[in-house]
Design a protein around this ligand. Structure first.
Ligand code: AOF
Ligand code: ZN
Length: 380
């Protein structure tokens, strides 16, 4: 069937809508990507859906069900290539064929070896007009965690830092606020869309953060919390430990923060690594806390990916941020800058807007309350 004509600006509008819809379930679809699908007939959206919470059903089958008879001769805009493999249900590519869709527009092809071009082939073999690469950059951004885990076996890493006007992260031995309430709220949203959040032991000892999402309606979106603790100093009295039965905590003992290669024996709370208090009492309290011993950051990220974590938010402090940057393990930087002057006794930030590594591209900046947000991503 010949598909109806569509102006390029309409195509962008509908794919933009599919990408917007896809973002509503980011972080909620388990190891599955959160995909958006918009079905258009006669210039009108007749079905729109996102991958369901937990990962199934997929976006396309839901959008097809919503559109009903109006799928005949319609165009489907999908952020990721429709699947070609048999899961609990038939492949989405077959479902689109059976629904009489005339044209499928895809933003990003799927690197999953079970799909990888085969979804597109099913569609074109059935005589459907197939176009790929529309708004690919935006689509890739929305699928960043999934694509990174599929192609590099590690999560997509966002580094978040809040710096004062004189380039400080805080003051030694004293907890001071650098940025305001609006930034704090935004950071909770960054957490909510991440699978895991990571800090160094220094941050735990100085700030005793809880690192949960505390925004009305998003309380159940708290990511797994990870602490880098080289010397076994993680306190069982910390807020993290005290809440570990509600939101998981992983204490990772990185043997060599500066090293990029090595082996990674992974073990749990029953280990005898010599770094932790393994008395019966401590063990009982540690039960909900998962202990990992890994040789380096790269090995930690691989382990997290194996456990199905696709996005990681690195929240500090300076040592941890510097280690991730030095080992080229940062994919995106979100940098908040305030008017505050810290002065004497300041903890210097490894980054300010004037010394971003050349390997990053500036994405944009915006005002957030009294502060400013600068965003960068690793250049392709
Ligand atoms: C689609 N539409 O909405 C999503 C897709 O475990 P399964 O069977 O659900 O398969 C997971 C794979 O399905 C995943 O790796 C990716 O290739 C694809 N995800 N595909 O057609 C969707 N979420
Ligand atoms: Zn599918």
């Amino acid at each position: 069937m010949t598909p109806e004509r569509s102006a390029p600006e309409d195509d962008r509008r509908f794919m933009g809508e599919a990408i917007r819809v896809s973002r509503t379930h980011t972080g909620l679809t388990d190891t599955n990507p959160s995909v958006g699908c918009v079905i258009v007939n006669g210039g009108e959206i007749v079905g729109s859906a996102v991958t369901a919470i937990g990962g199934r059903p997929h976006a396309e089958t839901q959008a097809i069900a919503i559109a009903g008879d109006r799928t005949r001769g319609a165009t489907a805009y999908v952020t990721l290539e429709p699947c070609a493999h048999w899961g609990r249900t038939p492949p989405c590519a077959n479902a689109l064929v059976d629904a009489g869709i005339a044209r499928v527009v895809v933003a990003v092809t799927d690197p999953d070896p079970r799909v990888a071009g085969q979804g597109l082939k099913i569609l074109s073999d059935a005589g459907i007009t197939v176009e790929t690469g529309l708004m690919e950059e935006e689509g890739r951004r929305a699928l960043a965690g999934y694509l990174m885990r599929q192609t590099s076996s590690r999560p997509y890493v966002t580094l978040k830092l809040a710096v004062s006007a004189d380039g400080m992260l805080g003051r030694r031995g004293e907890e001071i606020a650098i940025t305001g309430a609006e930034v704090r709220e935004e950071v909770h949203h960054l957490r909510a869309e991440s699978d895991a959040i990571l800090v160094g032991i220094g941050t735990v000892l100085s700030d005793d953060p809880e690192l949960t999402v505390r925004i009305t309606g998003l309380e159940d979106r708290s990511p797994v919390r990870i602490v880098l603790d080289r010397d076994g100093r993680f306190p069982l009295t910390s807020r993290l430990a005290q809440t570990s039965d509600i939101v998981p905590v992983i204490v990772a003992n990185i043997r060599d923060m500066a090293n990029e290669t090595g082996h990674e024996p992974v073990h749990d709370a029953s280990c005898r690594c010599g770094h932790h208090d393994h008395s019966e009492e401590a063990k009982a309290r540690l039960t909900p806390i998962n202990h990992l011993e890994v040789s380096n950051l790269g090995a930690l990220l691989k382990t997290l990916a194996t456990r199905g974590l696709s996005t990681l938010l690195v929240e500090g402090g300076a040592t941890v941020a510097s280690a991730f940057l030095a080992q080229d393990l940062v994919d995106r930087i979100v940098l908040y800058v305030s008017d505050t002057i810290v002065g004497e006794g300041g903890l210097e930030s490894p980054l300010t807007p004037s010394d971003i590594p050349a390997s990053f591209t500036f994405l944009g900046s915006a005002t957030v309350g009294a502060d400013r947000r600068y965003e960068y991503e690793r250049s392709a």
